[in-house]
Unconditional design. Structure first.
Length: 116
């Protein structure tokens, strides 16, 4: 028969291990969520940089070569004389980036590609 002292020590040990495992699980989940958020943010930053480059090329009047999963369309919103509003969308990784801006009327929008 076990003495009372040993029973309490065993119970404390089991509870301690259980608490450590629960805290390790919570920490692992938080780390996973953080990494997932970082990957999403990097994808969206990459998309935004590409969209800004394309918009600058349109603004300069040079039709750029659009990247995959990209679409550009004109808006019917009134714009200053000689300009038009353009909306560009790009799907990459974990999200979609939408960027709008004014481009000259002379800028030729690239053919609209199918967005997957």
């Amino acid at each position: 028969m076990m003495r009372k002292d040993r029973a309490f020590i065993l119970l404390d040990f089991v509870l301690g291990i259980t608490l450590v495992l629960i805290l390790a699980g919570v920490f692992a989940h938080a780390l996973w969520q953080t990494n997932r958020g970082i990957r999403t943010e990097q994808s969206l930053r990459h998309c935004l940089r590409a969209e800004q480059t394309i918009l600058q090329n349109y603004l300069a009047g040079a039709p750029p070569t659009p990247p995959p999963r990209f679409s550009a369309s004109k808006l019917s919103t009134p714009a200053p004389a000689g300009y038009q509003w353009v909306v560009m969308r790009r799907h990459l990784g974990h999200g979609e980036v939408t960027l709008s801006g004014l481009v000259p009327l002379s800028a030729k929008l690239s053919q609209r590609r199918k967005v997957r």
